[in-house]
Design a protein around this ligand. Structure first.
Ligand SMILES: [Zn+2]
Length: 101
């Protein structure tokens, strides 16, 4: 089983994990995004762009998650030995609405 990838998402040093296969998807040319919570009770939106490092583009409360869910970005489910992991193919032009101010 592949080790999941992890990313530090907040100033407290919490990390979120995601399937390493998503890195491969991104590097094959599909930009993608997902939302995960951390122990601060915050939700973080992470993007993976081809050839770029994963990054947190927005952090917030459950409203951020709701806004992410409300996008019409195509939802994908990665399934492996771990539990299914939901992410979306990113529409870069629609990303601006989420960017930190
Ligand atoms: Zn945190």
């Amino acid at each position: 089983m592949d080790q999941p990838s992890s990313l530090v998402v907040c100033q407290q040093g919490h990390t979120v994990e995601y399937p390493a296969a998503l890195d491969a998807v991104a590097n094959a040319g599909t930009d993608l995004a997902f939302c995960r919570p951390c122990d601060c009770q915050q939700v973080h939106m992470v993007t993976l762009f081809a050839g770029d490092s994963p990054r947190v583009v927005a952090s917030g409360d459950l409203d951020l998650y709701a806004r992410f869910e409300a996008t019409e970005w195509p939802e994908r489910i990665h399934v492996d030995e771990a539990r299914p992991f939901s992410y979306r193919e990113l529409e870069p032009l629609d990303l601006a609405q989420f960017l930190k101010e």
